[in-house]
Design a binder for this molecule. Structure first.
Ligand SMILES: [Zn+2]
Length: 270
């Protein structure tokens, strides 16, 4: 009897603790169901010829397949005032934004979306030739308003999440980047307070070493930024994004001799 009472209390407690999110969970399940329907379609995109006439094609089912895997991790700061505010933002249809993980300043990890699903965190962005970052990445939001340093607990939790993602999906070290990297001018997160060197020391993102050697006289800085991944269609914005990540003490849109040394050092690593 005591055993049954214990189970009853446990169920009651668990249902109480999840109650605030039960409605959101139902809405998420409904969206997943609609995706299942999409997966059952034989042809997702109609095949059309140059005259926009349907092209005949036969459907023969293949049986060897799996889910697409993320190959990048994009780190953000929320620029909001609290975890609760961010959760609310992610639960409103009209915001059209979400991420896979949210990490609080105290280090609490909140998983919001299955890693196999496409979160809407990158927006209009580009890295190298990839223009649909959401389709190949995991988005991680750090609860931070952009004006204060990140806490040690938060960074430790982030590193734990990154370790498991890197192992599970075999994500290359260079593919751990920030929102500002992929959306120069439009985004500045994570802020200059973000410890990219510490992350690189742990295997997430690249960092320069010994940038004492000056680049050759004909060093093409635009080409170097592009090789790292930056969209250089607006060169000034690309330089600011690069300096936000790798220089930090100065984020002006020009490259000093020191900045060029750092860029040259990194260029050789990519
Ligand atoms: Zn962001």
């Amino acid at each position: 009897m005591i055993k049954y009472a214990f189970v009853y209390i446990a169920v009651l407690l668990s249902s109480c603790s999840y109650k605030p999110y039960r409605i959101i969970q139902k809405r998420q399940n409904k969206k997943i169901d609609s995706l299942k329907k999409e997966l059952s379609l034989k042809f997702e995109i109609p095949l059309l010829d140059s005259l926009q006439q349907p092209i005949e094609a036969q459907y023969v089912p293949a049986i060897n397949f799996g889910l697409r895997k993320p190959n990048f991790v994009i780190i953000h700061h929320t620029a909001q005032d609290s975890v609760a505010q961010t959760i609310k933002t992610f639960s409103l249809d009209r915001t059209q934004v979400s991420s896979h993980y949210l990490i609080s300043a105290s280090g609490k990890i909140i998983h919001l979306l299955n890693n196999n699903l496409r979160a809407w965190h990158a927006g209009v962005a580009k890295w190298g030739n990839i223009s649909d970052i959401n389709s190949c990445s995991i988005g991680i939001e750090l609860d931070n308003n952009g004006l204060t340093p990140f806490t040690l607990q938060q960074i430790n939790s982030l590193i734990s999440v990154l370790k498991s993602l890197k192992t599970a999906y075999k994500i290359p070290a260079a593919n751990f980047i920030g929102h500002a990297d992929i959306a120069p001018q439009r985004k500045t997160d994570p802020s200059v307070f973000f410890p990219w060197k510490l992350l690189s020391d742990n295997g997430f993102g690249l960092w320069y070493d010994n940038p004492d050697l000056p680049p050759p006289a004909d060093f093409d800085t635009e080409n170097a930024l592009r090789r790292i991944g930056y969209n250089t269609s607006n060169m000034a914005a690309a330089i600011v994004a690069f300096k936000l990540h790798f220089v930090k003490i100065d984020v002006s849109p020009t490259l000093s001799d020191w900045d060029k040394c750092v860029l040259w050092n990194l260029y050789k690593k990519y």
